[in-house]
Design a protein around this ligand. Structure first.
Ligand code: FAD
Length: 390
């Protein structure tokens, strides 16, 4: 097969890139390791920042999202048995749209594969990238049904295959810097069949560990519980989960509604950034280039931001012979990436401060929280980053 852009991975980054390339008359082929059914049901993120939704809307990719997504403009901190509401939409003029990631993926696959007859190949195995620094790179993979090897020849490769993908590993170590940070903390991520227990997000700060509540749909709610890194989800029985959620999150007059736990997984809180995000004809986008622990709900938004920039840059190059945007692609993405990394780090210190072994760190976290809740200027600065208004 010959195409202009080979897109590896059909997550938010890859599918958005592919849709926007096709809209602008650039040919592409998407290669995805999983099946269509699998990616359309994989629950992950749920909060889209307003600037990202408006850009999807401008490109005709937000039809169902705008009909179905809830809007959030406030969240709560709960600590010392009290509630403190932060009304970020009032302070910034911007909302979050609450739309499960698998719904967005479903919409993007439909727009690309069904709406515009885009070429997408599911279940591919053994994806390898070749000749990245020459003029004619290619990608090989094995067809899962026939066991045959295929080659996609292209002009550019968009490496959108997430945190565990292969694209990033094709960049020689001496050609990029891998900057990373490990919090040494785990989060037990839970999906529960229960209606939300509060209007918005609730962050519980407690000496037993952080906990959070995030509405997803009227029937499904996400909860998080701080736990040791690498903890076994089997250590968290139904009874233990609910006991900890009630202890860390509930306050008088604001109980937590229980339900069946349909997903339990432990996420180790760590972040990384690959810099630069480009190597020869390979350009990374989304989690393959940078991971932000889900502390501030930033990952999917950054994946979309990269996809908007990459599709525009590839179009300028391939349709108009203008390489300036592609040359600046990595730096353009990384401005937002590093602002979000810094925000997530700051916020993580606040949320986990109550369990910090070092009393100096614990008191610093308290001081930051108090300043955020008492100073409108500090609250506005925080909220602009929280909603991604840069
Ligand atoms: P992915 O969505 O990971 O997509 C990569 C795709 O590549 C996948 O479909 C994968 O199957 C495929 N792939 C992998 N390897 C290969 C290969 N070798 N060949 C071909 N295909 C391959 N972010 C937010 O913004 N808000 C939130 O509220 C939020 N909550 C989260 C909660 C959880 C529990 C988790 C795990 C993450 C959360 N995130 C959140 C992060 C968000 O889900 C990711 O940042 C987002 O999925 C990144 O999109 P992506 O397209 O870069 O990567």
């Amino acid at each position: 097969t010959r195409t202009q852009v080979a897109v590896i991975g059909a997550g938010p980054a890859g599918l958005t890139t592919a849709n926007l390339l096709r809209q602008r008359g650039v040919d592409c082929v998407v290669l995805e390791a999983q099946s269509r059914e699998f990616i359309e049901q994989r629950p992950r993120a749920g909060f889209l920042e307003e600037w990202a939704v408006r850009e999807l809307e401008r490109r005709g990719l937000a039809g169902r999202l705008l009909q179905q997504a809830g809007q959030h403009g406030a969240f709560e901190f709960r600590f010392a048995a009290r509630r403190h509401t932060v009304r970020y939409a009032e302070l910034t003029g911007h909302h979050h749209f609450v739309y499960p990631q698998q719904e967005l993926v479903t919409d993007l696959v439909a727009a690309y594969a069904d709406g515009s007859a885009g070429d997408i190949r599911f279940g591919v195995r053994d994806v390898r990238l070749h000749d990245l620094t020459g003029d004619s790179p290619s990608v090989t993979y094995t067809d899962p049904h026939t066991g045959q090897s295929h080659r996609v020849e292209c002009a550019y490769i968009a490496g959108c295959d997430g945190a565990r993908g292969v694209s990033r590993r094709h960049i020689p170590a001496h050609e990029s810097v891998f900057a990373s940070h490990d919090y040494g903390i785990g989060w037990l991520a839970l999906l529960v069949e229960a209606p939300p227990s509060a209007d918005g997000v609730v962050f519980g700060i407690h000496p037993r560990g952080f906990a959070a509540h995030m509405a997803r749909t009227p029937q499904i709610t996400r909860f998080y519980l701080q736990c040791p890194p690498g903890d076994d989800p089997a250590n968290w029985s139904h009874e233990r989960v609910w006991q900890e959620l009630h202890t860390r999150l509930a306050v008088p007059g604001a109980p937590i509604t229980e339900g069946r736990i349909v997903e339990r997984q432990v996420l180790d809180m760590h972040n990384y950034v690959v810099e630069p995000m480009s190597y020869g004809r390979l350009h990374l986008a989304g989690d393959s280039a940078h991971l932000v622990a889900p502390i501030g709900a930033k990952g999917m938004n950054l994946a979309l931001h990269d996809a908007f920039l990459l599709s525009a840059a590839l179009t300028a190059q391939l349709r108009h012979g203008d390489g300036a945007r592609l040359a600046g692609y990595s730096a353009d993405c990384l401005r937002r990436v590093w602002q979000y990394q810094e925000f997530s780090q700051w916020f993580a210190d606040v949320l986990h401060g109550a369990t910090h072994a070092d009393p100096f760190h614990a008191r610093m976290a308290e001081a930051r929280l108090q300043r955020l809740l008492s100073s409108p200027a500090a609250a506005t600065a925080f909220c602009e980053l929280y909603i991604g208004k840069l």
